[in-house]
Design a protein around this ligand. Sequence first.
Ligand SMILES: [Cu+2]
Length: 186
Amino acid sequence: MAKISKSGIIGIILASLVVVASLLVLGCVLKHKMHGHQGMDHAAHEIQHHAGSDGVMMLDGQGEGIILDQSYARANGASAKAGAAFMVIKNFTDKDDRLIGASTNVAMKAELHTHTVDASGLTVMGPLKGGLAVPAHSGVALKRGGHHVMMMGLKQPLNDGDVLTLTLIFEKTGEITVEVPVDLKR
Ligand SMILES: [Cu+2]
């Protein structure tokens, strides 16, 4: 059996440490990369953040027709009488369209709302009169503090993880129905 010198053992230990350190760094890089690709919500948040005050933004990705993307709904507590739904409406068509109405299975009534600043500088919420323009080849963000679908007269509490059905009515495209997850953490 070969005799291993003291310096040989130290060499082996050092080499092992380098290998472990390399693996840790590699693991970290891979994790970040995966997060970048899979963290759609993160990206969505970023996009919504960058939309103008009218909610209109550049269209990213590819698709056909009108797509309701990154939707979620929430309410303030189990006894809330109203909730709200948010999403990015993506118009991949060549026609300017307009969101003119909404309905849902979980509320008596759904209305398009927006936030505006009144004469005294207070931010108030109210119906979006005339609907919401969704220009051709554009996205429109419905986000907290901006445009949203108000669901009034909730028939049931909105619990985290529930899925509700939301129908949006567009002037040209007609009705589009999507399943919307409830996410109370957003
Ligand atoms: Cu509202």
